[in-house]
Write a protein that binds this ligand. Structure first.
Ligand SMILES: *Cc1c(COP(=O)(O)O)cnc(C)c1O
Length: 361
């Protein structure tokens, strides 16, 4: 018999855990991991290629450990008077979150969030040796200031994750909720704004709350709105002292010269990179409207995906869509499935397939 994990002298606290594992299947319509399904625009791709080619000529040398140019790019993009000493970046916001957990979590400490939320929070928390505690949401998955404050006070966490808007539900999170959480804890409050660019234009980012709140961290990613998931680039804004703490735990030269070059070039074209956001938001709203017409119950979404309930047998519906070449996500919420907004064509393929399953049931 082959060796299993449990046969190894692995850390006791890792025994029995399952790795992150959204299925990666080569189906024609992949709407399961909230990627931007529009490719990087051609003119930007050319510029990125030039920048990467240039960087490749110096690849015998270690990259700029402080990724200074890239941090300036993110500070410019985020605005709000931020400067590069308030910016951090890593290989995807998952690594950014891991750095935060390494610096502010770890053995004997607790991280807290409100379930259902991003499945990586418990995984990252446990892998870095801390305890994960999940609080609860309202029936429609929203959060109310009074409710969150009481839960956070009771849990006394060292770190709170607030996914805003929330994955996998799409729910908006008001600034009043973030303020209430911040007041209720002496720990680090991480607002994960992975989907912020898909929220209504007038929405205020948690960045507006940063002045005077040195424990507030706002994390972002290039994986979703920026159509850059394969490049692995995430970043955050926080007090410069938080950034200093993260330098203690990162691996030296963690961002490769090629990643820095590609991300900086992409950022110089931010408006073009973000060109498809309005289109995706349009498809998202079409999904919600059509789901309702099909007698499903979509939840309000400020993201590039829609969670919907009213699914009698999520596993069967998931499989029926799979058999029609369409990959969506069963996030484990009873009676519910989650679908990413695709191109107009992909979205149509999903909605037509779902309608055909519906009528065939
Ligand atoms: C997709 C996603 C991320 C982004 O992860 P990357 O590592 O940057 O690709 C972060 N947070 C949430 C809630 C997400 O859904």
């Amino acid at each position: 018999m082959s060796t299993r994990i449990d046969d190894l002298p692995i850390r006791d606290d890792l025994r029995g855990l399952t790795p992150y594992g959204a299925p990666q299947a080569p189906l024609p319509v992949a709407l399961n991991v909230n990627e931007n399904t529009h490719p990087v625009p051609g003119e930007v791709a050319d510029d990125i290629l030039d920048a990467v080619a240039q960087a490749l000529r110096d690849v015998n040398r270690y990259p700029d450990r402080e990724f200074t140019g890239l941090r300036e790019g993110f500070a410019d993009y985020l605005g709000h008077g931020l400067t590069r000493d308030q910016i951090w970046a890593a290989n995807g916001s998952n690594e950014v979150l891991q750095h935060l957990l390494q610096a502010f979590g770890g053995p004997g400490r607790t991280a807290f969030s409100f379930a259902p939320t991003y499945s990586m929070y418990p995984l990252l928390t446990r892998a870095t040796g801390a305890t994960y505690v999940a609080g609860t949401r309202e029936a429609d998955y929203s959060l109310a200031p009074e409710g969150v404050a009481a839960q956070v006070e009771a849990a006394r966490p060292d770190i709170v994750f607030l996914c805003a808007p929330n994955n996998p539900t799409g729910s908006p999170v008001g600034l009043d909720v973030i303020e209430a959480v911040y007041e209720a804890t002496e720990g680090i409050v991480i607002v994960d704004e992975a989907y912020q660019e898909f929220a209504p234009r007038e929405t205020q980012s948690a960045l507006t709350l940063m002045p005077g709140r040195e424990r507030l961290v706002v994390s972002r990613t290039m994986s979703k709105a920026f159509a850059f998931a394969g490049a692995r680039v995430g970043y955050l804004a926080a007090d410069a002292a938080v950034i200093d703490a993260l330098r203690l735990v990162r691996l030296p030269y963690h961002l490769s010269a090629l990643t820095q070059a590609a991300a900086s070039a992409a950022l110089r074209h931010a408006p073009t990179m973000l060109r498809m956001v309005d289109d995706i938001v349009g498809q998202r709203d079409r999904i919600s409207a059509t789901l309702e017409a099909l007698d499903y119950t979509p939840y309000e979404s400020w993201t590039n995906f829609v969670l919907f309930s009213g699914v009698d047998d999520p596993a069967a519906t998931w499989q029926a869509l799979y058999d029609r070449g369409i990959l969506i996500r069963d996030v484990g919420i009873p009676g519910s499935l989650r679908v990413t907004a695709g191109t107009e064509q992909e979205t149509t393929a999903f909605l037509d397939a779902l309608a055909s399953i519906d009528s065939g049931a």
